[in-house]
Design a binder for this molecule. Structure first.
Ligand SMILES: [Zn+2]
Ligand SMILES: [Zn+2]
Length: 744
């Protein structure tokens, strides 16, 4: 057949993932000549082949592409005939543009794992083994293009053996940027909490295993930050970690060696297993088998499990052969520690630190997911998944930087029909957090050479993210600001992920978010499209006694609702809520409630959960966010049917009748179950007249029981699977709100 020359363009995640060597190998197999190179859109090939060979070649590309690659499109056309002697990988010097992705960090692949445990391999037990199919990426990148000289690996000079692998297109480590070995790559160092090297540093891994066996707490430097680690089967060690970290009840994540160890601890469905062993290796929230390890997750039957994702963790667990508690090392209100200097503030918490000399450039927490009704629900999107590119249903007219919310914050940049969503950054509660947040904004923009024409931000005037938006706008005359209502952004985030183009009926059940009327919204029903939204119903406002204090103290919300129900009579009532106050306090709060002093109005379903938890004596003051909701999940009883009364008039949902009935209920489990059922009934009632797709979002839908019940009642309800329903999705939604914003 006649030989022709073809130009083939492949777009998608095809750089830094071993795509060119893959093409090179295919070219050898199909005996074709030509070149392959990276360009700003992906990968480009010039190929000499006959028509039939070309066809087979392209089928092979589609079926066999490397595991970390993701192909958006393959296009080919015939061009002027050229002559080639062989097939070559051609280097490109240009920086490329923003359509290229930074690949996320990926867990160790099976081939590297085999080599890690093969005594004959030169990387036997090398804790930083990696290849083009696995290993660190985002966390070590300073700049694009993703090249060794732009990563923290630039400080390590490759040895001869590594270099020959790195430069051989047929090797699995061809252009694996973090390549290294015992001779030339990063190394471990084991120190005590005063920074002194331990006496037995010949084998840091073995010594660390011994320390863990002895019940010590070891800070271990991972991919995106440090973990505090101890033996999960050692009650004293876990209790010590709780005391030192001042974390009395919040469940710890547990890392297990393999699926067998995971199954010893928990019931695991097929989908949960797929997530656990996936290349992203998130923490997966699963049902614990027995409550005996109560120190790991006091009073809560769910546990966050994950499998080792680095060779270092794998070596440790393979030798220890027990599950470990692995919790992010950070100081309250501060981001995850990414260097020894920040870690040292936790000296009192850990006994030893297992350190290494490869810098973490971009901090990145572990991702957290759960499965509800066979659907993946992302609770924290970070290591393995982020940064992520979301393809939009529309093109943006302008470049947009969206700054997210104040809690679980993320940032996004939008251009053309793409959004790049940052990993979870965290709560902006302290100076260090805000600095870290600003660093993330700077990094994302620098790496993608991005200049925003529009800045999208939350409506809340006191959010740190809003303040940052105003600072950027002040110093950039040509940039336009776009304020976006919080719950509208929640619904838009789902619409973006699911590429929805029509009007939807959105239910945003949330903690708090600033409303158009200055009230704290969070029980919202809105009809939305990309033009705007109409708030068609909401929970009747109630007062939050003590303002922000009410967020951590469910008893304040419950007391306020009791005042709404029974007025002054509350002072003589005897229930778990009133009992948690002194009579002096009750009288004082009655006055502030009557006068509305420091008692902002709210329609939040998150706070309603708190109130119910307090009224039933489940939780009066929370030790961590979401505690009341988790406790309520525990008491849910699927065999209980029926629900309580609620009012629905003038587009407002009145929950007071519901609370009145809860107080009369003798059985706490019945009360909790009927409360959940009532919430589903409320959604059904308000949604009933609308013939629109039902979209659910907001932090309250992280509640497994509520989400499960709503999805059972409305199997077609749309939730996001890749973007968190909590405030982690807000920045994406904010970008969508700017589609019709113009700069003039
Ligand atoms: Zn590998
Ligand atoms: Zn080497």
């Amino acid at each position: 057949m006649e030989l022709c020359t073809y130009k083939i363009s492949i777009a998608g995640t095809v750089q830094g993932v071993g795509f060119r060597p893959f093409i090179y190998t295919l070219a050898q197999r199909y005996l074709v000549t030509g070149t392959v190179s990276n360009n700003s859109n992906g990968v480009e090939m010039i190929l000499n082949a006959d028509r039939l060979t070309l066809k087979q070649f392209l089928i092979a590309v589609e079926y066999e592409y490397p595991p970390l690659a993701c192909i958006d499109s393959i296009k080919h056309k015939e061009i002027t005939y050229q002559i080639f002697d062989d097939f070559q990988i051609v280097e490109t010097k240009d920086k490329g543009d923003i359509s290229v992705n930074i690949p996320p960090d990926v867990s160790i692949c099976t081939e590297c794992e085999k080599e890690l445990f093969d005594p004959k391999n030169r990387r036997y037990e090398y804790p930083f083994i990696n290849c083009t199919h696995c290993g660190v990426r985002y966390s070590i990148v300073y700049d694009l293009p993703y090249d060794r000289s732009h990563t923290s690996m630039k400080f390590f000079q490759m040895c001869k053996a590594c270099e020959s692998e790195y430069t051989n297109p047929l090797d699995r480590r061809y252009h694996a940027q973090p390549i290294g070995c015992h001779d030339c790559g990063p190394r471990l160092k084991l120190m005590d909490n005063k920074g002194q090297l331990t006496q037995f540093t010949t084998n840091e891994i073995d010594k660390t295993v011994t320390l863990l066996e002895e019940g010590k707490i070891v800070a271990i430097k991972g991919i995106g930050g440090y973990h505090l680690i101890c033996d999960a089967s050692n009650k004293d060690a876990v209790t010590k970690l709780r005391k030192r970290k001042n974390r009395p009840r919040k469940p710890f994540a547990v890392m297990v060696l393999n699926m067998n160890m995971a199954r010893d601890l928990a019931f695991i469905s097929m989908i949960e297993e797929e997530l656990l062993v996936s290349k992203e290796r998130p923490i997966v929230i699963v049902k614990m088998k027995e409550m005996h390890s109560s120190v790991i997750s006091p009073n809560i039957s769910r546990i966050g499990l994950f499998l080792p994702y680095t060779p270092l963790h794998l070596l440790l667990l393979d030798k220890l052969k027990r599950p470990i508690v692995a919790t992010s090392a950070n100081i309250t209100d501060e981001p995850i520690c990414t260097n020894l200097e920040s870690l040292q503030k936790l000296q009192g918490v850990y006994d030893y630190v297992l350190e290494h000399n490869r810098d973490i450039v971009n901090g990145c927490d572990d991702s957290v997911v759960m499965v509800v009704k066979e659907q993946q629900v992302m609770l924290r999107r970070a290591r393995g998944y982020a940064p992520v590119r979301v393809k939009l249903p529309f093109s943006l007219k302008h470049t947009v930087l969206a700054l997210g919310a104040n809690q679980k914050s993320t940032i996004s940049i939008g251009f053309d029909n793409h959004v790049i969503l940052s990993p979870h950054i965290g709560d902006l509660d302290g100076i260090a957090s805000v600095e870290y947040y600003e660093k993330n904004i700077e990094t994302l923009q620098r790496v993608y050479s991005f200049k925003p024409e529009i800045i999208a931000y939350d409506k809340h005037p006191r959010y740190e993210s809003t303040k940052v938006a105003f600072e950027i706008l002040k110093s950039n005359e040509n940039t336009v600001g776009k304020e976006v209502q919080h719950h509208y952004a929640h619904i838009l985030a789902v619409m973006a992920e699911k590429q929805i183009r029509t009007k939807v009926f959105g239910v945003a059940f949330d903690g708090t978010g600033y409303g158009d009327d200055g009230r704290l919204w969070g029980g919202e029903f809105m009809v939305c499209d990309y033009e705007g939204y109409e708030r068609v119903s909401h929970l009747e406002y109630f007062k939050l006694l003590g303002g922000v204090k009410a967020i951590k103290e469910p008893k304040r919300v419950a007391l306020s609702l009791l005042f709404s129900l029974y007025g002054k009579e509350v002072l003589t009532l005897n229930n778990p809520t009133t009992k948690s106050f002194s009579s002096v306090e009750l009288r004082a709060y009655y006055t502030t409630w009557q006068k509305g002093l420091n008692a902002p109005l709210s329609s939040s379903v998150g706070r309603l959960f708190d109130a119910v938890a307090s009224l039933l004596g489940i939780c009066q003051v929370m030790s961590f966010e979401g505690e009341s909701g988790m406790m309520l999940e525990e008491l849910f009883d699927i065999s209980v049917k029926g629900c309580y009364a609620f009012g629905y008039e003038n587009k407002k949902v009145d929950v007071l009748p519901l609370l009145d009935e809860i107080l009369q209920e003798k059985d706490i489990s019945i009360a909790v179950t009927k409360f959940f059922n009532t919430l589903v009934e409320i959604i059904a009632r308000v949604y009933e007249p609308y013939d629109l797709p039902l979209v659910l979002s907001g932090g309250v839908f992280q509640n497994r029981v509520l989400l499960g019940l709503v999805l059972e009642r409305f199997p077609d309800a749309i939730i996001s699977n890749m973007i968190p329903p909590n405030d982690g999705g807000i920045s994406l939604g904010q970008i969508m709100a700017t589609i019709h914003t113009s700069r003039s």
